[in-house]
Design a protein around this ligand. Structure first.
Ligand code: MG
Ligand code: ZN
Length: 375
């Protein structure tokens, strides 16, 4: 009898042992699959997507060699490459490029938030907001310009600024900084006052006319929108300096209010405009400004430990090439006043960042972020 009991116990323990072994083995397999062999915790609480408009590898290189001070971008260890083409053109524009990142579909140039058939694809920002995340948009163009617009608007015409602006109040973005006030309160299409609509959605709305962004303290309210210009904000060389501060303000604002995490998109919008103007100085000063915002975000993510930072460009602009000179005194040439079709670097840091190593379509940035943050 006693022997029999010991025998049963042995069977019990050995079966436990076997089950535990199996469970451990399958858990290891799952972690390996989810995290591509990385032992870091894969699921980020917060995501910051930073887009340098017109930022290809040559724009990064020119900024890097423009002074002896290293770029914050050089701190990233996980780097990928994306294929930037749109649905209807080898050379993407910023609308199709941003729609790929924001909504996960290759679409036609000039389309925002829509696939080539015109079907709406809610952006990562809209999906995150509906799941209870806090959200933000910080840009150095107008807030209705193609890149930010793809995160809240649906339109086949990226230049329909009045119509794009009308999509912003309903998107309920918690923190908004960018230009383009006139599309909200002095509209051509209608007599709506979208600033009033924003206030009805609980926003504190203010602008550059009330105070300089540099001297603005973000008030303790649920939602804010700061218009930095009536139309396009100034280039850095003409005195614009709000992008790094607004990036820090957004991180502080969103991290204090989030209960589930936040999604923030920050755009260095005018790197592209320097490319179109074939003006290397314009490209470099905008790149350096964007990189100051990158430094602030990366410092935050390193301290925070739960924030995934992904940085990329939508396309190259101008076909900038470094043809000679030396550090601090570069000779650059441009091959076009438009965009080019070159592949674009992606920089990633934080939980889940390993997923961004490799060579993939621009739409994968959406799919990877969605899987890490929302699925
Ligand atoms: Mg843009
Ligand atoms: Zn452009």
């Amino acid at each position: 009898m006693r022997l029999y009991r010991i025998f049963l116990l042995l069977i019990f323990f050995s079966s436990c042992y076997t089950t535990t072994q199996l469970a451990t083995t399958s858990a290891v397999v799952d972690i390996t699959r989810a995290d591509a062999g990385n032992a870091k915790k894969a699921r980020p609480r917060n995501v910051v997507l930073m887009i340098g408009d017109g930022m290809g590898l040559n724009q990064v290189s020119a900024a890097m060699y423009s002074t002896s001070e290293p770029l914050a971008l050089e701190r990233f260890q996980t780097i990928g490459i994306h294929k930037s083409h749109s649905a209807d053109d080898l050379i993407t524009d910023s609308a199709a490029g941003a729609t790929a990142f924001a909504c996960g579909v290759k679409t036609n140039n000039s389309y925002l938030g829509l696939d080539p058939q015109g079907k709406k694809h809610p952006s990562l920002l809209r999906q995150a907001a509906s799941k209870g995340y806090k959200t933000g948009l910080v840009v150095s163009s107008t807030i209705v310009h193609a890149t930010p617009a793809a995160f809240f608007a649906y339109n086949t015409n990226r230049n329909a600024y009045d119509s794009i602006a009308a999509d912003l109040p309903g998107a309920k973005v918690d923190f908004i900084v960018g230009g383009g006030k006139k599309y909200f309160d002095r509209r051509k299409d209608d007599t709506l006052n979208l600033i009033t609509q924003l206030r009805e959605q609980g926003y504190l709305v203010t602008d550059y006319f009330e105070q300089d962004y540099a001297s603005w303290t973000v008030p303790d309210v649920p939602r804010v929108a700061f218009f930095t210009a009536d139309g396009d904000p100034l280039p850095v060389v003409n005195g614009r300096d709000y992008l790094p501060k607004a990036s820090v303000d957004a991180l502080n604002f969103l991290s204090r209010r989030e209960r589930k995490g936040f999604f923030l998109m920050i755009e260095g919008s005018q790197i592209d405009w320097g490319g179109h103007a074939n003006d290397a100085g314009y490209v470099i000063t905008e790149m350096r400004d964007f990189d100051r915002a990158v430094r602030a975000v990366l410092d935050f993510a390193e301290r925070d430990g739960n924030t995934l930072v992904v940085i990329t460009g939508d396309h190259d602009a101008g076909g900038l090439t470094i043809t000679g000179g030396k550090q601090g005194d570069l000779e650059c040439k441009f091959s076009t006043g438009k965009h080019t079709g070159g592949c674009i670097p992606v920089y990633a840091y934080g939980p889940g960042s390993d997923a961004f190593a490799g060579f993939y379509d621009n739409t994968q940035i959406y799919h990877k972020l969605k899987k890490l943050m929302l699925d």
